[in-house]
Design a protein around this ligand. Sequence first.
Ligand SMILES: Nc1ncnc2c1ncn2[C@@H]1O[C@H](COP(=O)(O)OP(=O)(O)OP(=O)(O)O)[C@@H](O)[C@H]1O
Length: 695
Amino acid sequence: MWEKASDIMTKDFVSIKMGTGVYEAAELFSTHSEMESIPVVDEEYKLKGFFTKNVLCKLVAEKKDINTQVKSLMTTDFTAVREETSIKELLNINTGQLAVTGENANLVGIISRTDLMLVFRKKAQAMLARLQTIIDSTYNGIIAIDNQNRIILMNKAAAQFTGWSIADAIDADIEQVVPETGLPEVIKTEQPVFGTKMNINGYKVVSNRSPIYEEDRIMGAVGVFQDISALETISQELEHTQTLNKQLDAIIDSCHDAIVVSDAQGKLEKISKSYERISGLDRDTILGKNMAELEEEGIVSQSSSLLVLQQKKPVTILQKLKTGREMFLTGTPVFDDNNNIIKVVSTGRDLTELNNLRTELERTKELSNKYYHELKQLREQLGEQKQIIFSSEKMQNIVQLSLKIAKVDSTILILGESGVGKELIARIIHSSSKRKDNAFITINCGAIPEHLLESELFGYEEGAFTGARKGGKAGLFEEAHKGSIFLDEIGDLPLSLQVKLLRVLQEGEITRVGGIRPRKIDVRIIAATNAQLEKLVAEKEFREDLYYRLNVVPIEVPALRERKEDIIPLTFHFLKKFNAKYSLNKTMSPEVLDQLITYEWPGNVRELENIVERMVVTSNEDKIFYDSLPALLRSGGHTDEGPISIAKIMPLRDAIQMVEKILIDRALKEYGSTRKAASALGINQSTVVRKKNND
Ligand SMILES: Nc1ncnc2c1ncn2[C@@H]1O[C@H](COP(=O)(O)OP(=O)(O)OP(=O)(O)O)[C@@H](O)[C@H]1O
């Protein structure tokens, strides 16, 4: 390559002596037409000047003597350079012809303007080629446009992104090649835009775009595009790995057992929160430490990780901690594909905690033994035929209380919502009392029309009213003599009869309807109500003195939703009962049981009993599945809240039943007595009683 003047000069040049005539010089020009001037040298071949074609032409034009010697016409104002003058310096000299002189200033070569141009062009071409190679070798795509949006430069990477060949793209409008480069905007706004994520022909790239200025004037824009598809994948993988790591940490931390992970050298990599808790050590201070160090410092008595690394198999040790606690640790090696241990994972339990658990377990066992015996005793006392099913503590207390007061002959008032088992409790009280061999009479005060109730309860004398039986008739009180009478829905007892009942309670005697002779009776009265008697007293619907007489020993039976533990045993009890009744052998799927537990049971045990019976009878298979549940239960019982809303189409009959039930339940809750509820609902009281009992 050309480095200096001697590399490009013409050594094979013609020269003339100072005494040469113009005519001879003209002859030389005609044979070397490429020459613009001929160097003029002295006898020692030293350069003295140049005789130019211009001077010759001028001589001829002015018709001057052409026999003159060149000496007088030559230009002495010339530039001479040395052989080692660099090409760079030469390119900076602005002259027609350069003389190259040697050591003794003798002319050794000539460099013409054409030579220089040639060199300049070749240099420029080489530089351009190098530049293109450089930009083609860059991984990033580069596209430059002029201010007419025409592509002036594009490298190979950009050609690959765009799918255009460089040759086709050069001079094409950028919008045609890649409409998304954003380069025209950069020219418009003259603002560079960096780090924009974009999509070029399916490649995900980040672009940096800058305006190109030439002497303060915008002449185009250049964009550099980096393919980040691979980066994106790596960053997604990284994100995924980070998430996994976080999840792993969360899992480890949520374990109640302590977890310790060390590497193949015994260096601590991870510990769980529970290890921190049990050991009293802080992860920030021990992570990264070697277990051997912790052993030496006496922080742990022995390391399961180090033992596993020595023995290359799982080990279990009792690790004593500085805190004085003890931990049962089992270390397990984790192997790679070449059977080298890469990690040791140890899991452990606080021995102190285990001991506490054991004590707790023993206590629970003792308790459950105690409860078992108590229950057994209760069942024995209750006798097999009166099966009252419960497992809740609330019901256990109620049964215990009932059995206790069964022994004393006091009046009892059983309170509780409809269907909770008030009558059942009354029966238990009766059959556990000394009256058990005598009658147990039940009467629902709300179910019998008012005008019949008196004679029903107190009996009548012959001729008491038209249609009265000859010889009269004993009432239920008389029938219950020596036994017990269960007055259900006592809140529905009309005021007139309340006075008579008070007399029974106070005097222990009754007078039949139409009679005058009081009769002594020995009856234990067990009253029950789902109404708020105090409210009825306040409203003067119920006599206060009677209320206090009845309320000697109140037993409040909780609603089924307040003792959900009873739902499953009751369900199985009813399942067994109805399987036996209908000679079936149905079982119940867990999701049905789940639903039964979640339901609020406004109709209490009676409703549960009815629903189990309905499912036993109506389910098609041996197992009762979710589908067999009544719509109300499937809807989670929501239909009894707020105004009616229709979630889905259902059989009209079911819907009517549902609405009836909701209204009756509400009315009963609000008015307390079936009579009042019936009048609010505009139906007969007997209908209310019937529908309520059909729940
Ligand atoms: N703990 C229980 N174990 C077994 N069966 C029960 C239990 N509680 C209630 N039952 C049954 O539920 C049904 C309703 O009970 P019961 O008639 O005693 O309720 P109640 O509170 O007297 O209702 P109401 O106030 O409407 O008269 C009965 O068939 C009864 O045998």
